[in-house]
Write a protein that binds this ligand. Structure first.
Ligand SMILES: C[S@@+](CC[C@H](N)C(=O)[O-])C[C@H]1O[C@@H](n2cnc3c(N)ncnc32)[C@H](O)[C@@H]1O
Length: 294
């Protein structure tokens, strides 16, 4: 039986394994966080008045054999909607890029099991996902590469991924849910490495504020089920955003990308207002921004 199981393993076995209930995904530490994101997207997408149309995420949650509910609990509608709105913020940035560069390349650093391609692809662009080997194995097993979309098993910190990108028709790099897990010097070097190579391009990324990063470093972010979010060493308050320009002289513009309005009082009225109130601006648990290179 054990021999049979090991024959069904994909790659080194840390990633996925065929099982009766679907593809068994075995990830830990930062890679495991992609499952929380997927679970939240699917939960929001299943709602009747959803803010995120994402049938592929729903399909993946149904296909993956992973104890979502036992690990993360029942999805909180507030958290799921908040996450979906952050996802929509990235989608809007990618759509705007594709409108201007329909044959361009979207480089998705740390894409996990994001299903953005199925939400926004225009049928012409190239997509390159740069992921850690254990996650790349899972992604390829569930979302096999195709002609215009491929997954590179490499750390985003190994800047050799830049050689895989054809910059001729425009480049947009996304780092959704990545930078907070890196050390501050790694964040700076990664942003500088993007700016140095992709003049005329841009990077869309999200950040958590310092208070949030500090809580994860103290191990205080836990679900009721005992799942503990990994440390997030890099935190940046919204008020510090202009500092990103100091990473490299080619960074000429850095600005927040506002999330769309959502449902209900909090996401429909309060959250949009919080962006403008200096006293609470830095308290928001996440912020998305774009750095342009020229
Ligand atoms: C919070 S998940 C985000 C996944 C996806 N972007 C999303 O929003 O659903 C964090 C992701 O970072 C990836 N990751 C962590 N360190 C990385 C690195 N050095 N290079 C590339 N990917 C990395 C993990 O494998 C995981 O997929």
């Amino acid at each position: 039986m054990e021999a049979m199981e090991s024959m069904n393993r994909v790659g080194d076995g840390n990633g996925t394994r065929d099982g009766e209930g679907g593809l068994r995904v075995e990830l830990s530490e930062v890679p495991e966080t992609l499952l929380w994101n997927l679970y939240m997207r699917a939960a929001e997408a299943r709602r009747a008045r959803t803010v995120l149309d994402d049938p592929k995420a729903v399909e993946l949650v149904d296909r993956v054999d992973y104890p979502f509910e036992e690990t993360f609990g029942t999805p909180s509608p507030l958290l799921a909607q908040g996450h979906a709105l952050r996802v929509r913020t990235f989608d809007t940035a990618v759509r705007a890029f594709l409108d201007e560069h329909p044959d361009g390349t979207v480089v998705t650093l740390a894409e996990g099991l994001e299903t953005q391609f199925w939400r926004v692809d225009n049928g012409r662009a190239r997509w390159l996902c740069v992921e850690l080997p254990e996650t790349a194995e899972v992604r390829r097993a569930l979302l096999p590469d195709e002609e215009r979309r491929r997954t590179l098993a490499r750390s985003a910190l190994d800047l050799s991924w830049r050689d895989e990108v054809d910059p001729a028709r425009g480049v947009l790099i996304t780092a959704q849910g990545l930078l907070m897990y890196l050390r501050p010097t790694e964040v700076k070097d990664l942003i500088a490495g993007c700016a140095e190579r992709f003049r005329g391009g841009a990077l869309v990324f999200d950040a958590v504020p310092r208070w949030f990063s500090a809580r994860t470093m103290r191990g205080e972010m836990r679900t009721a089920q005992g799942y503990q979010a990994p440390p997030m060493p890099w935190g940046m308050d919204a008020g510090e955003l202009p500092k990103v320009r100091t990473a490299h002289p080619a960074i000429t513009d850095v600005r927040e990308v506002p999330p769309p309005r959502g449902r209900g009082f909090y996401y429909g009225a309060l959250a949009p207002l919080m962006r403008w109130l200096p006293a609470v601006r830095n308290l928001r648990p996440t912020m998305t921004a774009m750095a342009r290179f020229s």
